[in-house]
Write a protein that binds this ligand. Structure first.
Ligand code: OGA
Ligand code: MN
Length: 300
């Protein structure tokens, strides 16, 4: 553990990125103290783990609002006055039963097992996801994070130069199509047109470059579709080598907060007969967080 000036202590999760944080209660950050320090750790380490946090949904929402505007993918479906709430990544259905292994909902959860960054298919993608373990399984169900900042730094310069010039095209349905063509057809995966993003993003505060890639990338500008997919596969394989990965086995009350500008993530399978429930809030990337720099200079 490394001691900070304020009594906050950190311990590395992986030699390249991520820290476990002690001495900072997220409920305090939610009610207004300690956000600056938390944000400093977020910018520097890309992923933060807090254990044994006692946080209500209201506090979860308040914590997310410190980072910015809470993402609302269902804004168009809401009734007037209805506000966004906490989302759940879970196989527990409204009536309490578990979704069947081949249900479309389960297939949607399985699409999370592909390495991705959240919401790259939205006109304004996510800056962070604040994930809290509510119900965990007896085995499996780890969430894995991979540092695309560390991976970029370790790449041969020729690949880095290629990536700095590349533009990736993201569409929600593409990640779903890799799991099931039927799933990919659902209207919820066709609400947004494709989004074009630079393949490399620099952190606006410290300049550290990272790769912005996801399971949602279906094409690379200026390449044949098959060639582009090969390139994306190669990039994803490089970034997700075990040395750049932290795998988190959940205990209820654990909270993971990661920087989507520098980290890929994925879920992993668990015994389908067991309930698993993570509470999730994504916060939208603002211009100050580097959204403008993600936009390619010219339209294709
Ligand atoms: C997510 C996600 C993975 C998991 O919440 O965005 O990808 O382990 N979760 O459930
Ligand atoms: Mn995700």
């Amino acid at each position: 553990m490394v001691d900070g000036a304020s009594g906050v202590r950190t311990r590395p999760l992986n030699p390249h990125f991520g820290v476990e944080v002690e001495g900072l209660k997220l409920s305090d950050v939610a009610s207004g103290s300690g956000y600056e320090e938390l944000r400093g750790l977020f910018e520097e380490h890309s992923a933060l783990l807090f254990r044994a946090q006692d946080i209500t949904d209201e506090q979860h929402l308040a914590l997310a609002r410190r980072f910015g505007v809470i993402e609302d993918r269902k804004a168009d479906e809401r009734k007037p006055g209805e506000t966004v709430g906490v989302s759940h990544v879970t196989n527990v259905q409204e009536d309490g039963s578990l979704s069947g292994e081949m249900d479309l909902h389960t297939l949607h959860l399985k699409a999370n097992f592909l390495w991705h960054i959240d919401s790259t298919f939205l006109p304004s993608p996510a800056l962070t996801n604040i994930l809290i373990a509510r119900v965990v399984t007896t085995s499996g169900g780890a969430t894995e994070l991979a540092s695309t900042r560390a991976a970029f730094a370790a790449m041969p310069e020729t690949m880095r130069e290629r990536l700095r010039k590349a533009v990736f095209r993201h569409h929600y349905s593409h990640s779903r199509a890799q799991i099931s063509p039927e799933l990919a057809k659902l209207p919820m995966f066709h609400k947004w047109p494709e989004q074009r993003w630079r393949a490399v993003v620099a952190n606006p505060l410290n300049g550290a470059e990272a790769i912005y890639v996801a399971s949602h990338v279906w094409s690379v500008e200026g390449m044949e579709e098959a060639e582009g997919r090969r390139f994306v596969r190669e990039v994803l394989e490089f970034c997700t080598q075990p040395r750049f990965v932290y795998s988190h086995n959940w205990t209820p009350g654990d909270v993971l907060i990661w920087d989507q500008r520098a980290v890929l993530h994925r879920g992993t399978p668990w015994p389908w007969a067991e309930p698993r429930k993570l509470a999730s809030l994504c916060v939208t990337m603002s211009e100050a967080d580097g959204l403008a720099a993600l936009r390619p200079a010219l339209a294709a």
